[in-house]
Design a protein around this ligand. Sequence first.
Ligand code: AMP
Length: 290
Amino acid sequence: MNSSPPKLVTTVAQLREELRAVRRAGKRIGLVPTMGALHEGHLSLVRAAAAECDYSVVSIYVNPSQFGPSEDLAKYPRTLHNDLALLAGCRTDLVFAPSDGEVYPRGHATWVEVGPVAAPLEGACRPGHFRGVATVVLKLFNMVQPDAAYFGQKDYQQALVIRRMAADLDVPVAVRVCPIVREPDGLAMSSRNRYLSPTARQRALVLWKGLQLAQELAAGGERNAAVIATRMREIIETAADARIDYIALVDPETLAPVDVVAGQTLVALAVKIENTRLIDNCLLEPGRLS
Ligand code: AMP
């Protein structure tokens, strides 16, 4: 295993220079876009890229345009040194960590708006979020020109938005979505988990408990989406300070709400615990479970 830190570049010119020879050699390039503060969830994407591609690029950029005015942009963890050390343990060839001025030079005025799939759930709670995400990811696609790009199911809707964007704008990239990596007790790994105090960290398990309950109910034959959502709400509200943004049972492709769990159904939730907003999701497969 390669244990030397990956090469770090911070400008688009350096990035293109590095990639020129790689592309000329006919290598398959994988891109893993991240905001840093890396954990095993990110590293699972890096490993998937390394397994499928000849050359892997990890971008580390806390994209201001996807944060709302009252969100955690200023306090978002920035741990580049540690991130590079973690990436040294996986096979990463290049890290691209640009500045805001590099990504959004003075005069930047073009934005990507994705249609209906960006509207509900995170789109409704975080106006402008997906416009920022789609724009920065398209820019990264144009900068790196990867053959494949790796995203986590943890941000299910984000992956759907990016798939739509890449298809609609004819970006020749294979969008891969990798499974959610969880802590041993079930909490989905997230850079934001480090905001949680030890007691809030325990209360945050209600998200996972809610999703597990949904799985159990569906496996036991419950098909009424409202019943499942209500039971989930009850379990989540056992955490005294839980503030639920949404608990949604939706079609996994369109994100339209479902009343009856007839086919594969996405259960998605966003909950604030101690002011930290956490998201998680799972897929119900009624055909397979019952
Ligand atoms: P972020 O740094 O939060 O923007 O995440 C970068 C990528 O890592 C996104 O595609 C996320 O969906 C993915 N990711 C974050 N957490 C996890 C996790 N627990 N399991 C799998 N992928 C994840």
